[in-house]
Design a protein around this ligand. Structure first.
Ligand code: ADP
Ligand code: MG
Ligand code: ZN
Length: 622
C-alpha cells in the first residue's frame, strides 16, 4: 500500500465493466426498452446507447463521445422519460434547444427551456414546475449563461435538488468547457458549480469531438470526480472511401455500371440532391436493369414505407440461388415492383434506393454494401452520417462520391440562410478536391480526432493510389481567371461560375471574352482551379436574391489583390493518371493539360514512383 494521503485510485473502467452495462437486467431495463419503442419509436439501441443509459441510470458520471448523428441525445432523453423528476440539459445554442424541443413535442415528451428570450410568464411556469412534486416536464434546457447569471435559477435548482427532483444533468457539446477544444465557450467554464452544489446528481457530458486531453480538462472544469468515458470509434475500418469526378451527363451511366459490376447482387443507396433527381436517376438505373426506386419527402407515406420495406427485406443475397426462400423473396420483390410501377420488370438482384436526405431516419439495414452520392453532401457531418449507413454489419462496403462542379453552387444557394452553411459546404468540397491526403485523415481533422494514416490500410482511393499527385504553380492561371471576374465587375456584369468557365475557355458573350485571355486548359482543369481559388479566398461568393431563387455569382475574394504582386504565387495539388496506352514505355500523363503540366513526361517522375506505377499497372491488369 502506498503511504501518504493519495487515495488509492479505482481500477479503470474496462471491457468487463462495459459488458456488465450492456446487459438489460437492471431494475429499469424493462421500462427503458418499452419507452424506446413506445415514446421514441425506435426499434432498438445503437452501439453504446444502452451502456450509456444504464451507467447514467446507475448514478455514474459519464462522458459520451460519439460521432454526430449517432444518437447521443437519446442517452439522456430516455433516462429522463423513465425518471420521476426532471433532467437539466445545458446546451450552447438556442437554436439547438429549439430543435430538440420541437422534436420532443412531436413525441409528446414534456420539455421546457429557459433562455434570454423566455417571457416572464414562461420563466415563472418553469421555476414553479421545477419544485412541483408532479414534475410537469421531464427536461429543462438552459444555456450556460443562465446557470452563470441567474441566482433565481440556482436557488430553484437547489430546492429541487433537496426535494430529490433534479434527477440528472446533461451537458451537451461538453468540449465547449475546454479552451483546448475547438469551440470554447467562456460560460461553460462556470459549470463546475453544478457538481459542487449537486454532488449526488449524475452528470452526463456529450460530444462528438474531444480528444482525451480535452476530456481531462472538461472533467476538471466540471468538477467530476470519477467519470466513465465511453467512446464510439469514429473510424469505420470496413468502409472504402472514394471520390470520382462527375461528368456533364451526370454520371448515371457510370453509377449503373458500378452497381452492375462491383456491386452485383448487392443492395445500397444512391443519394441525390432533389426529388426530381431521385425520379430521374432511378429511371435511368431501372433502364440499366437495376431494381431501383426513388425515395423522397414528397411521396405518400404508405409508398415510402413500401419502398423502404422492399429494400430492407432484401436479405436474399445471403441465400444461395437454389434456396427456396430466395425465390420466394425475389418473386415478392418483383410483385411489389409491379404494384408500384404497373409493369413486371425482369428480375434483377441489385436493390437500390435512390433517395434524397429524407431517407435516413430509422434506417438500420445492416448489409448496405454501397452508398453512392450522385451529388456531394452539404457538409462533412452529413456526409459522414449518410455514407455511414453502409456496412453496419461490419462487412466491407464502399462510399463513393460523384463530385461535380455545378452541384457546389446548387448546394451553396440552398444553404445560403444557414449560419455556417458555406463553411460547412467548403469543407465537403475540400474533401473532394483533396488529392494528397488519406480521406480518413481529412475526416479525422474535421472531427478533431487523432489519426494515423497507416491505419487506413489502403481503404481510400488516395492511399490506394499511392499519393499520386503533383504540386503545380497555377499563378498565371489564377491571374487570368480572376482578371475575367474583375473585368466583368468593371462592366457591371455579374458572372456565374459557369459563365466564368465559358468565358475563360473562349465561349459565351463577346463583350468580356474579347478582352479576356483564353485558356487552353481542359474543362475539368478550369473547374478545379476555380474551386481551388474559391476555397483559398481568391474568389468569394456573391449571392443575389429574387423572391423565387438565389443566384450564385463569383466575385474577387479577399486574396485577389495579392495576385497583382509579381512575387505572389499560387500552387495547387493535382491528381495524375496513368495512361492506358499499351506502349511498352510507361507513359505518364497528367489528367491536366500539358501546358500546366510543364514537366510532363517520364523524366519528372522520381524513380521509385515509376516502380510503384508499374506494379500498380500490373495489379490493374489482373
Ligand atoms: P447526436 O446528438 O449524436 O448528433 P442525435 O441525438 O441528434 O445525434 O440523433 C441523430 C438521429 O439519430 C436522430 O434522428 C435520432 O432519432 C436517431 N437515433 C438515435 N438513436 C437511434 C436508434 N437507436 N435507432 C435509430 N435511430 C436513432
Ligand atoms: Mg447532439
Ligand atoms: Zn486512406
Amino acid at each position: 500500500q502506498p503511504s501518504g494521503s493519495t487515495k488509492p485510485s479505482k481500477p479503470a473502467f474496462g471491457k468487463k465493466d462495459l459488458q456488465h452495462y450492456e446487459e438489460s437486467d437492471f431494475s429499469w431495463s424493462k421500462e427503458v426498452e418499452q419507452e424506446l419503442v413506445n415514446v421514441f419509436k425506435l426499434p432498438k439501441f445503437r452501439p453504446l446507447q444502452r451502456a450509456a443509459i444504464n451507467l447514467s441510470m446507475s448514478g455514474r458520471d459519464l462522458f459520451l463521445v460519439m460521432p454526430t448523428g449517432r444518437g447521443k441525445s437519446l442517452c439522456y432523453q430516455l433516462p429522463a422519460v423513465c425518471s420521476k423528476g426532471f433532467t437539466l440539459v445545458i446546451a450552447p445554442l438556442v437554436s439547438l434547444m429549439e430543435d430538440q424541443l420541437m422534436y420532443l413535442k412531436s413525441i409528446n415528451v414534456p420539455a421546457v427551456t429557459l433562455n434570454a428570450s423566455s417571457s416572464k410568464e414562461d420563466s415563472k411556469y418553469v421555476m414553479a414546475g421545477m419544485i412541483d412534486k408532479n414534475s410537469p416536464f421531464k427536461l429543462l434546457y438552459v444555456t450556460p449563461e443562465k446557470i452563470a447569471k441567474s441566482k433565481l435559477l440556482m436557488s430553484k435548482l437547489e430546492k429541487a435538488y433537496n426535494m430529490g427532483l433534479l434527477e440528472r444533468i446533461a451537458v451537451d457539446e461538453v468540449h465547449c468547457c475546454s479552451q483546448w477544444g475547438h469551440d470554447f465557450r467562456p460560460d461553460y467554464k462556470l459549470l463546475g458549480i453544478l457538481k459542487r452544489q449537486f454532488p449526488k446528481v449524475p452528470l452526463i457530458g456529450l460530444t462528438a469531438t474531444a480528444t482525451s486531453s480535452v476530456l481531462k480538462d472538461c472533467q476538471k472544469i466540471l468538477c467530476v470526480q470519477d467519470p466513465v468515458t465511453l467512446t464510439a470509434p469514429f473510424n469505420r475500418p470496413n468502409l472504402y472511401y472514394e471520390v470520382r469526378f462527375k461528368d456533364s451527363e451526370g454520371s448515371t451511366k457510370e453509377i449503373a455500371a458500378l452497381i452492375k459490376g462491383r456491386y452485383k447482387n448487392q443492395s445500397g443507396i444512391v443519394y441525390v440532391f432533389s426529388q426530381k433527381d431521385a425520379e430521374m436517376v432511378s429511371t435511368d438505373l431501372q433502364q440499366g436493369g437495376i431494381l431501383a426506386q426513388p425515395y423522397h419527402a414528397n411521396m405518400e407515406p404508405s409508398h415510402k414505407t413500401l419502398v423502404h420495406h422492399q429494400w430492407s427485406s432484401k436479405k436474399i443475397q445471403q441465400l444461395s440461388r437454389g434456396d427456396e426462400a430466395f425465390h420466394l423473396i425475389s418473386s415478392i420483390s418483383v410483385q411489389l415492383n409491379s404494384i408500384l410501377y404497373g409493369t413486371s420488370l425482369a428480375l434483377t438482384q441489385e436493390v437500390v434506393v435512390v433517395a434524397t436526405v429524407a431517407f435516413g431516419m430509422g434506417i438500420d439495414k445492416a448489409d448496405v454494401r454501397f452508398v453512392i452520392h450522385h451529388t456531394i453532401s452539404k457538409s462533412m457531418e452529413n456526409y459522414y452520417q449518410e455514407s455511414g449507413r453502409a456496412g453496419r454489419d461490419d462487412g466491407p462496403a464502399d462510399c463513393v462520391v460523384f463530385y461535380g462542379f455545378a452541384d457546389i453552387f446548387r448546394i451553396s444557394t440552398m444553404v445560403v440562410m444557414e449560419n455556417t452553411g458555406q463553411q460547412k459546404l467548403q469543407n465537403m468540397v475540400a474533401y473532394c478536391q483533396n488529392v494528397d491526403r488519406c480521406r480518413r485523415a481529412v475526416m479525422a481533422v474535421h472531427f478533431d480526432e487523432v489519426w494515423d494514416d497507416e491505419e487506413c490500410k489502403q481503404t481510400c482511393d488516395v492511399c490506394r493510389h499511392g499519393n499520386d499527385y503533383i504540386t503545380m504553380d497555377i499563378t498565371k492561371h489564377a491571374r487570368e481567371v480572376v482578371d475575367i471576374v474583375e473585368l466583368a465587375a468593371s462592366l457591371d456584369e455579374k458572372m456565374t461560375p459557369l459563365k466564368v468557365c465559358d468565358t475563360w475557355m473562349g465561349k459565351g458573350s463577346a463583350k468580356i471574352r474579347k478582352m479576356a485571355k483564353v485558356t487552353t486548359l481542359s474543362r475539368l482543369e478550369v473547374e478545379s482551379i476555380i474551386v481551388h481559388l474559391l476555397l483559398h479566398g481568391y474568389f468569394s461568393e456573391d449571392f443575389s436574391f429574387t423572391p423565387y431563387t438565389t443566384y450564385f455569382y463569383l466575385k474577387a475574394g479577399r486574396k485577389a489583390g495579392l495576385l497583382k504582386s509579381e512575387s505572389h504565387t499560387v500552387t495547387m495539388k493535382m491528381r495524375r493518371k496513368v495512361s492506358t496506352s499499351s506502349s511498352s514505355v510507361v507513359k505518364i500523363e497528367n489528367q491536366f493539360a500539358p501546358d500546366i503540366w510543364t514537366c510532363s513526361g517520364v523524366d519528372f517522375i522520381k524513380p521509385e514512383r515509376r516502380k510503384k506505377r508499374r506494379i500498380r499497372r500490373r495489379w490493374r491488369n489482373l
